[in-house]
Design a protein around this ligand. Structure first.
Ligand SMILES: *Cc1c(COP(=O)(O)O)cnc(C)c1O
Length: 394
């Protein structure tokens, strides 16, 4: 038989018989205490490797292992996955597993703001210095590497401005110097970018977004490449990080439909992005599948498709004109996060989160998460919004 395709894998992954006992969806195993038959058994279990063995609730139950295993299966070349109570907890745990005082971290200037805050806050306090780099730096990152550089953190595309990073070029520089690479792969998920197979050491997801897919659970994951898992596990246990079985169960439930959801999010988002491109009120659309998005050639080379999140730059106008657009939308909620079934619109201000590069644009920026509503309804809503924008802008 040929190698399983992703859509098949995502339906079957992690559903081990001993965890499901015959039901289709692995049930919720809630536990803190695990009981042993004897003192000898209790001691033996503690001394052995507890991976996928009931030991104590913090180390998980089949519910968490099932989702973790499924995510590992989606990343060819991966050793194992751990779950966290949020995407930010996953990012923090992975970085704390790798870095120590005196080390230098290279962090993309396009990173999610809380990732920057971690670098400028806790990591700095622990004596770890961060150098921010241009997301389009590619192989040029070699010039920033010093003897103290221990980790390079990427986010591709950046979740506000959507620059696509040259992951293979950066990985090659890192591997030649023994530097660990991490990727926030939340936008693409392993379905659109199997990062571990591209040589990335740690592929991180805010499962809160597309894995869960229903805007009702906080969850994160780190998938480690072969040989990179043990130090992640040690740090994660020391930090006491664990995701609840109920949340993992909802994550696994969401995962089963992710391939079809992503496909629809991607198609609708591209159609809307192309429509926006032709509008006079819009200066630029920041969507990696469009030819003028920074890094588009790399996107076309490395990604298997686009998901449903992108931004656009308005043609002139200020805060009031942008708010007029967003406030009156009927089908887009105003709120953080993305990856759920419903559409969202927020104002974003990239200039506030940049230090290595400068953000210059023709007007304010709006970020859209395109949900599963009818695309024509969303376009009509945006059309009315752009008219409100133009009226206030003058
Ligand atoms: C939302 C998000 C995170 C953090 O995930 P939480 O589950 O909200 O902590 C990390 N990276 C990116 C790109 C995100 O959009």
């Amino acid at each position: 038989m040929s190698e399983k395709k992703d859509a098949t894998r995502i339906v079957q992954a992690g559903r081990r018989d001993e965890w499901t006992q015959g039901v289709v969806n692995p049930p919720v195993w809630r536990a803190s205490t695990i009981l042993y038959d004897s003192v000898a058994e209790l001691r033996a279990r503690g001394a052995a490797d507890t991976h996928h063995k009931l030991f104590y609730g913090r180390r998980g139950t089949p519910t968490q292992w099932s989702l973790a295993d499924a995510l590992t299966e989606l990343e060819p070349g991966a050793e194992a996955t751990l779950l966290y109570p949020s995407g930010v907890a996953a990012i923090a745990s992975a970085l704390l597993a790798i870095l120590e005082p005196g080390d230098q971290l290279l962090l993309t200037d396009s990173a999610y703001d809380p990732t920057r805050n971690l670098a400028n806050g806790l990591l700095k306090r622990f004596g770890i210095t961060t150098t921010f780099y241009d997301p389009l730096i590619g192989a040029g990152i070699a010039e920033l590497c010093t003897e103290r550089t221990k980790a390079i953190f990427m986010e591709s595309p950046g979740s506000l401005t959507f620059e696509v990073q040259d992951i293979p070029a950066i990985v090659a520089v890192a591997k030649a110097r023994g530097i660990t690479t991490l990727l926030d792969n939340t936008w693409a998920t392993p379905l659109l970018l199997p990062a571990i197979g591209m040589g990335v050491d740690y592929s991180i997801l805010a499962c809160t977004k597309y894995i869960v897919g229903h805007s009702d659970v906080m969850l994160g994951s780190v998938t480690a490449a072969e040989g990179q898992y043990q130090r992640l596990r040690a740090a994660t246990y020391q930090l006491g990080q664990t995701a609840s079985p109920d949340d993992a169960w909802l994550g696994a439930r969401g995962l089963r439909t992710m391939a079809v959801r992503l496909d629809q999010h991607g198609r609708s988002a591209l159609k809307i992005a192309e429509w926006l491109e032709d509008r006079p009120e819009v200066a630029r659309v920041l969507h990696p599948a469009l030819p003028d998005c920074p890094g588009h050639m790399i996107f076309a080379r490395d990604f298997r498709g686009a998901s449903g999140l992108f931004s656009f730059v308005l043609n002139g106008g200020g805060e009031a004109a942008r708010a007029a657009l967003i406030d009156g939308l009927a089908h887009f909620g105003i709120g953080y996060s993305w990856g759920g079934f419903e559409s969202l619109a927020i104002p974003v201000d990239p200039q506030l989160h940049r230090t290595a590069t400068k953000w210059e644009a023709e007007g304010p920026v709006v970020r859209l998460q395109i949900g599963l509503e009818d695309c024509d309804d969303l376009i009509a809503d945006l059309e009315a919004g752009l008219a409100r924008f133009a009226e206030v802008r003058g």
